[in-house]
Design a protein around this ligand. Sequence first.
Ligand SMILES: NC(=O)C1=CN([C@@H]2O[C@H](COP(=O)(O)OP(=O)(O)OC[C@H]3O[C@@H](n4cnc5c(N)ncnc54)[C@H](OP(=O)(O)O)[C@@H]3O)[C@@H](O)[C@H]2O)C=CC1
Ligand SMILES: O=C(O)C(=O)Cc1ccc(O)cc1
Length: 427
Amino acid sequence: MADVSVGIIGMGDMGKMYARRISAAGWRVNACDVPEKHETLMKEFAGSAKINIMPNGHLVSRSSDYIIYSVEAKKIDEVVAKFGPSTKFGAVVGGQTSCKAPEIAAFEKHLPADVQIVSCHSLHGPGVNPHGQPLVIIQHRASNESVELVKKILSCLGSNYVDLSASEHDRITADTQAVTHAAFLSMGAAWAANKQFPWEIARYIGGIENVKINVTLRIYANKWHVYAGLAILNPSAQQQIKQYAQSVTELFKLMLGGHREELTQRIKTAGAAVFPEDTGGDLLLRDEVLDRFSLGELPPERVRNNHLSLLAMVDSWWKLGIVPYRHRICSTPLYRMWLGITEYLFRNPELLQECIDTAIDDNTFRADDLEFTFAARDWSDRVSFGNMDGYREKFEQIQQYFAPRFPEATRLGNEMIKTILEKTRET
Ligand SMILES: NC(=O)C1=CN([C@@H]2O[C@H](COP(=O)(O)OP(=O)(O)OC[C@H]3O[C@@H](n4cnc5c(N)ncnc54)[C@H](OP(=O)(O)O)[C@@H]3O)[C@@H](O)[C@H]2O)C=CC1
Ligand SMILES: O=C(O)C(=O)Cc1ccc(O)cc1
């Protein structure tokens, strides 16, 4: 066991986080990235005796006992095709990509038959402390001993293992990650289209709005390929994102038409299905937590909002028969925050009523909601058409718009996640 070495192909944000933690636990790590980054990586890890930076994936594959592919999901086939045949006899191989169907297909296609397959997925970004976070383990083509070895190596992350099959993983992450990202991506697109920085506008400051802003900026500060990969390459994700866009559109039409009763009926029916009375108990999030993380000055009084983005989320969970709490053992921090604010709204009858009244009587949000509806449909179309380039173009354009505020938003976002995680871990 002392001789076991771990290979990491792809030393981006996640690969480096894994390399640092696994080597700190005493394992030998062989790692590489693309040849252009070899020299920089050599310098960056010159002081790490346990991390051996190698020129390419062939060298990593032939010398390591457990190899993790931590590359872009869209490149997984190409990279495994290249280095898979060089895998050491009898080694165990896995991947860290966010969508498992293409990863497993690539392993089955390109790895020699003697190689075992145990994949993984840390359900959080590289800046979050992995301790206590879910870590999915997929025993795809492997003995129990190999799974034990992988779990032993990854135990240094301190995460909670969740054993799933590849298809279970993809179904759950479509419900949790893909549609959550679609909602926040659409908020960012709408603010950018209206040339707004929401933290500068009183109606977007405080409570639920803080979570919307911080999470949106957090997503846009990350890399486009992470979100494009998990939305476009996961077949179940397309349906979820499409339903979300449809719910946004239908609810917005009811608001525009002033159909108070129909809107109320629909929201209440969806709410009763998703948040039945008997699943009550403590809220995941409360005012004191929500109000602490503001990028702008809190106004003296909370400003009303119709929260179209949240109403549409519950509507689409209802339409798709999704029970969001069921996925909590396997959820990301952003999903827990998203569920936290929807629950906060739907478990507060006065706030929900205020939302409906605002939707019908107050036209302050019409322009924002119009852009939000366009954005939700546009993201959904780009995902349905499998349009990676189109996804990237839109993502990076909006990313540029918000970039000046990333450092501050990331700092606040990290604090917010920490506080919220401490709170939600107890439940
Ligand atoms: N970031 C996140 O929040 C999370 C990401 N993931 C998943 O983990 C994986 C990695 O993500 P992340 O680290 O954020 O992404 P990065 O883009 O930071 O890292 C991927 C790295 O792999 C490199 N790479 C590409 N091709 C090769 C190759 N042939 N040989 C060696 N290295 C190669 C890339 O180089 P180049 O840039 O030149 O292509 C890049 O440096 C993705 O599949 C992502 O979906 C999982 C959980 C969380
Ligand atoms: O928490 C989220 O949803 C994130 O945005 C971070 C993230 C991105 C990709 C993953 O595969 C896992 C976590």
